[in-house]
Design a protein around this ligand. Structure first.
Ligand code: HEC
Ligand code: HEC
Length: 196
């Protein structure tokens, strides 16, 4: 039921004024460092890096946390106090930072299997060929394996909602082994040059 409403909210949001301000976003992002790391690069496998994410993706996730469509209690509490302008500034700031470099030393067989599954499932048609993401579609390149696995399982099993259901349907039919391989493939991906 919430999906058409959420889309309507997002469309209205995208049309309102206020240019995003990277410097203001950097100040506001002090509240994020403890978990998401300095410069948006997290060192904990269950905490996502935010550096290099498309700004629109950051904004849409914060809206979903604020509206309790996506649930993680500390993020819900933080987003509750944010204005739309705060979200836009934070999005612009994190998008301006170089993203995580691809992980090295991961199991090569899993990476190769993940690439085959990604090609067959057309993950790159939305996430882009080097998985740097675009617009509301997240960057996957260099993200933590553990985080990617948990999110893919949540999207598949319906414990994480997504904006319009397109990612939930992309994850349907993936086995746990597929998800493990895909997560290795994405975590090892290098983006050259970094977009920003
Ligand atoms: C207490 C730790 C903590 C703090 C502080 C925190 N976050 Fe988070 N954040 C998380 C965790 C953990 C997740 C992943 C939740 C999940 O598993 O779904 C997350 C997810 C996110 C996501 C979604 C990323 C993705 O790839 O799906 C965004 C965007 C985000 N946080 C932005 C922020 C911003 C902006 C701030 C500062 C204003 C902030 N967070 C502060 C812990 C934190
Ligand atoms: C039709 C476009 C589309 C396709 C195809 C697609 N995705 Fe996504 N994906 C998205 C969007 C949009 C999101 C953000 C969802 C939301 O609103 O939370 C997302 C989110 C994700 C996330 C969560 C990342 C994060 O930081 O929160 C992962 C992991 C992911 N996709 C992996 C994949 C994989 C692996 C495939 C192929 C099996 C795939 N996606 C195919 C559009 C797509």
């Amino acid at each position: 039921m919430f999906k058409p409403l959420l889309l309507a909210t997002l469309t209205a949001f995208a049309c309102t004024g206020h240019a995003a301000d990277i410097a203001a976003g950097k100040v506001k992002a002090q509240a994020c460092i403890a978990c998401h790391g300095a410069n948006g690069l997290s060192s904990v496998g269950s905490f996502p890096s935010l550096a290099g994410q498309p700004s629109l993706f950051i904004v849409y996730q914060l809206i979903q946390f604020r509206g309790d469509q996506r649930i993680f209690a500390p993020m819900n509490a933080l987003a509750e106090g944010m204005s739309d302008a705060d979200m836009r500034d934070l999005g612009a700031y994190f998008a301006s930072l170089p993203g995580p470099s691809g992980a090295t030393g991961l199991d090569a067989a899993k990476i190769a299997a993940g690439q085959r599954i990604a090609d067959a499932s057309h993950c790159q048609s939305c996430h882009t060929p080097d998985l740097r993401g675009q617009k509301q579609v997240p960057r996957l390149a260099g993200q933590h394996v553990d985080y990617l696995k948990a999110q893919l399982k949540g999207l598949r099993d319906g414990t994480r909602m997504d904006i319009d259901g397109s990612m939930a349907s992309a994850a349907q039919g993936l086995s746990d082994a597929d998800i493990d391989a895909l997560s290795h493939f994405a975590a090892a991906m290098k983006v050259t040059p970094e977009p920003h």
